[in-house]
Design a protein around this ligand. Structure first.
Ligand code: NAP
Ligand code: ZN
Length: 352
C-alpha cells in the first residue's frame, strides 16, 4: 500500500478538500497510473451531494472522478497491454466478474458485480473505491484503455465518461447519414453528443435552455438550434426525429421531446435526474415511439470510441482548472455554466 494525494468530501454538504488516501500496490494484473487530467462529470456532483441516495447512497469520505487520463508508472508481472511510460485512461468502471453473460457480451457496465471507479466496495483494501481526483490510481488492466497519441490529453479525459455515454447509444440506435438527431442539453455529455452525431453524418438539432449557447452549438456541429422554452420553435419539429439523446441532469418535460419523434423514433435518456420523470403513454402509442435509457458503454466499445475520436480528431472542449477550483466548478455546473467540461490538471495537487 502507498499514500496518494486526493480531494475528498466528508459529507453531502461539505466542500471537497485535500486529503491523503491509500492505494494498493499493483498486483500481477494491475496497472499503476500517475493521473494527469480528470474531467468533472455531473455524476460526480450528484454522488458527492448524495443526490442518488435511494439507489446509490454515497459512502464518505468520497473521492469522485471517472474521466481519468494519465501515464503508466508500474505494471504487474502478468500485464501484457501496458508498460511504464505509456499513456493510459480509466473511465467509470474498474472491475467486473468477467464471467456473466453481460461481461461475455462486452457489456461490463451491466454486470451485477460491477465495481465502479468510486463509491463501490473495494475488495482489495476494504471500504469503497476512490476515483480520479487524485494523483494516482491502480486498476486491473482489463479496465485500462489505450490513449491515441494524437489527442490533447486534457480534452481526452472527458471522453472516458461523457464521450462513451453519448457514443454508445448513438451506435446502438444507428445514428448515421440521412438521420435527424436531436441532442437535449448542451453540457458535458450534450456537447460530445453533438460532435459524435455530426461526425456520424446526421442532421443535428440541439435543444438548449440557454440562448447564449446558440453560436457554440453551431460551431460544435449542430445544423439547427432550438431554444426549448420556445413552444413555436419546438412545434416546428413535431414528428420529425429519428433519434433524440437527452443529457439533462434535472427533471424536465420529457413529453415535449417524445412528441418530436417520427414513427418508430427513439428517445434515449442518459441524463440521470434524482426524481422520476412522468412519461405520457399516449406519446409512445402513437407512432410506436420508444423511450429508453443507456449507461456508459463497455470496455471494447470505449476503446472503439477513443479510436474513432483519434480518426476524427475529436476531444471535449475543456476549461482546464487546478484542483483548488473544484468547488467553484461544481457551483458553475449547477448553473449550467460550463463550456463544456471542466478538466482538472492534476499537477495542481503537487502543491497540497
Ligand atoms: P452538465 O455538464 O451539467 O450538463 C447538463 C445540461 O443540462 C446543462 O448544461 C443544461 O444545458 C441542461 N440543463 C440543466 N438543468 C436543466 C433544466 N432544469 N432543464 C433543462 N435543461 C437543463 O451535466 P453532464 O455532466 O453532461 O451530465 C448530464 C447528466 O447525465 C447528469 O445527470 C449525469 O449524472 C448523467 N450521466 C449519465 C451517464 C450515463 O451513463 N447514463 C453518464 C454520465 C453522466 P442547456 O444550458 O443547454 O439547457
Ligand atoms: Zn460521468
Amino acid at each position: 500500500m502507498y499514500k496518494a494525494k486526493a480531494y475528498s468530501a466528508q459529507s453531502a454538504t461539505s466542500r471537497l478538500e485535500s486529503a491523503s488516501i491509500v492505494r494498493r500496490d499493483p498486483t500481477e494484473h494491475d496497472v499503476q497510473i500517475e493521473i494527469l487530467f480528470c474531467g468533472i462529470c455531473h455524476s460526480d456532483l450528484h454522488q458527492v451531494r448524495n443526490e442518488w441516495s435511494g439507489l446509490m447512497p454515497t459512502v464518505y469520505p468520497c473521492v469522485p472522478g471517472h474521466e481519468i487520463v494519465g501515464r503508466v508508472t508500474k505494471v504487474g508481472s502478468a500485464v501484457t497491454k501496458f508498460k511504464a511510460g505509456d499513456l493510459a485512461a480509466v473511465g467509470c468502471m474498474v472491475d467486473s466478474d468477467g464471467t456473466c453473460p453481460e461481461c461475455k457480451a462486452g457489456l461490463e457496465q451491466f454486470c451485477s458485480n460491477l465495481v465502479l471507479t468510486y463509491n463501490s466496495p473495494d475488495k482489495h483494501l476494504g471500504g469503497v473505491t476512490y476515483g480520479g481526483y487524485s494523483d494516482a490510481i491502480v486498476v486491473n488492466e482489463r479496465f485500462v484503455l489505450r490513449v491515441p497519441g494524437n489527442l490533447d490529453l486534457a480534452g481526452t479525459a472527458p471522453l472516458l465518461c461523457a464521450g462513451i455515454t453519448t457514443y454508445s447509444p448513438m451506435r446502438h440506435w444507428s445514428v448515421a447519414k440521412e438521420k435527424k438527431v436531436g441532442v437535449v442539453g448542451l453540457g458535458g455529455l450534450g456537447h460530445m453528443g453533438v460532435k459524435f452525431a455530426h461526425a456520424l453524418g446526421a442532421h443535428v438539432v440541439v435543444f438548449t435552455t440557454s440562448p447564449g449557447k446558440r453560436e457554440d452549438a453551431l460551431r460544435l456541429g449542430a445544423d439547427e438550434v432550438v431554444i426549448s422554452k420556445n413552444a413555436d420553435e419546438m412545434n416546428k419539429h413535431a414528428g420529425s426525429f429519428d433519434f433524440i439523446l437527452d443529457a439533462v441532469a434535472a427533471v424536465h418535460d420529457i413529453n415535449a421531446y417524445l412528441n418530436l419523434l417520427r414513427r418508430d423514433g427513439n428517445l434515449t435518456m442518459v441524463g440521470a435526474p434524482q426524481q422520476p420523470i412522468p412519461v405520457s403513454v399516449f406519446g409512445l402509442l402513437f407512432r410506436r415511439r420508444s423511450f429508453s435509457g443507456s449507461l456508459i458503454g463497455g470496455i471494447a466499445e470505449t476503446q472503439e470510441m477513443l479510436d474513432f475520436c483519434a480518426k476524427h480528431n475529436i476531444t471535449a472542449d475543456v476549461e482546464v482548472i487546478p484542483i483548488q477550483k473544484v468547488n467553484e466548478a461544481y457551483e458553475r455546473l449547477v448553473r449550467s455554466d460550463v463550456k463544456y467540461r471542466f478538466s482538472i490538471d492534476m499537477a495542481s495537487l503537487k502543491s497540497e
